[in-house]
Design a protein around this ligand. Structure first.
Ligand code: F6P
Length: 378
């Protein structure tokens, strides 16, 4: 599936075991509605095989492997969790065993051998890693060191290559669309410009889809650099037509032409990756400086990641979980589950990581949005 022509790094796996008896599951990266639905599907799916497979939960993402925090999962542990946001597997975080800092602010060290020792000590025949690009990269690194892994793609940003959609995206989109819907009446009542900032670090899927679904007038995404003049032109054009309010939906990772991301602070740990957020305030200030309009800002932030998953995400997460168990049973290690069109399949994790799936500025959705008069500020 996928048909990518990228070179796939060689991966050495443990010799096959006669049959898979016991697997671990971990959830890592930012949380995302549907994590619990995957865990439930893996546990139930594994226990209901002809030769049942035991499932052990690895707590707190990859830290649980490094620091040996595991817990057997029974069917009753996963009963009722389908609708719950977050993860039942402790916390979720971005700890990387190959550059491990844990909770400390010390220099990162490679603790992957301890993680592998945990897998061996608990006699896990393989692990299912549920996460985004960072989590899947770690899974691939473990694969190179002989650890049997299966990947399940997760992120509200919907930017993992090799799959058309990740679970969590639809829940975030539903939240963002609801917000845009609500902003319409208040923007119209006050004749204001309202800016709704949504998540989307490098990819503008949430902004694009919520902007289209909510009838946003201007959509700003990382893939299409904007200019304030063009944004103001669109607002003026609407005003000329008697539309004295405008809704702008902006991804946190949107940038002005030739400009930079707006960040506030850094992530903890040694990679010191900047945290995005606040672009909407910059845009609001610039519009107010250029025009006579009143502008207000709403940053949805983690509202998009919390709460119960939508029906679609529960469905998708359940498929992904069940398929991950089947791949483990077949010992198709190193694969990631995926949905392409209407077909559930899998592809090497190595083909999916390291190249984020971004919005095509000339693709069908952008064209459709432009066709109904939406501006991308370009
Ligand atoms: O990767 C998903 C995501 O929700 C991004 O859109 C966002 O930039 C980031 O996570 C925020 O993560 P955190 O909760 O760690 O600040």
């Amino acid at each position: 599936m996928g048909g990518s022509h990228r070179r796939v790094p060689s991966v050495i796996y443990n010799p096959s075991v006669p049959s898979v008896k016991r697997i671990g599951i971990l959830t890592a990266g930012g949380d995302c509605p549907g994590l619990n639905a995957v865990i439930r599907a893996v546990v139930k799916g594994a226990l209901h095989r002809d030769s049942p497979i035991e499932v052990v939960g690895i707590l707190d993402g990859y830290s649980g492997l490094v620091e040996d925090r595991l817990q057997a999962l029974t069917e009753s542990d996963v009963s009722g969790i389908l609708v719950r946001g977050g993860t039942i597997l402790g916390t979720t975080n971005r700890d990387n065993p190959f550059q491990y800092t844990g909770d400390s602010n010390t220099d990162p060290i490679d603790r992957s051998k301890e993680a592998i020792a945990t897998i061996e000590r608990h006699r896990l025949d393989g692990i299912i890693a549920v996460g985004g690009d960072g989590t899947l990269r770690c899974a691939m690194e473990f694969g190179k060191r002989g650890v049997p892994v299966i990947g399940v793609p997760k992120t509200i940003d919907n930017d993992i290559s090799g799959t058309d959609v990740t679970f969590g995206f639809d829940s975030a989109l539903t939240c963002a669309t609801d917000a845009v819907d609500r902003l319409h009446s208040t923007a119209e009542s006050h004749h204001r410009v309202l800016i709704c900032e949504v998540m989307g670090r490098y990819a503008g899927w949430i902004a694009l889809h919520a902007g289209m679904a909510g009838g946003g007038d201007i959509i700003l995404i990382p893939e299409i650099p904007y200019s304030i003049e063009k944004i103001c032109d669109s607002i003026r054009l609407r005003e000329k037509r008697g539309r004295n309010f405008s809704i702008i939906v902006v991804a946190e990772g949107a940038k002005p032409l030739g400009g930079k991301y707006v960040t506030h602070g850094h992530y903890r740990g040694m990679d010191k990756r900047p945290r995005l957020g606040g672009i909407s305030h910059q845009i609001a200030d610039e519009i107010e400086e250029t025009m006579n309009d009143e502008v207000r800002v709403v940053i949805l932030g983690h509202l998009q990641r919390g709460g119960t998953p939508t029906a679609f995400d529960r469905w998708l997460a359940t498929h992904f979980g069940v398929r991950a168990v089947i791949l483990a049973e077949q010992q198709k290690w190193g694969q990631m589950v995926a949905l392409k069109g209407t077909h559930f399949g899998d592809l090497p994790i190595a083909e999916a990581v390291g190249q984020l799936r971004r919005v095509d500025p000339k693709g069908g959705s952008v064209m459709a949005a432009r066709a109904v008069g939406t501006s991308f500020g370009d």
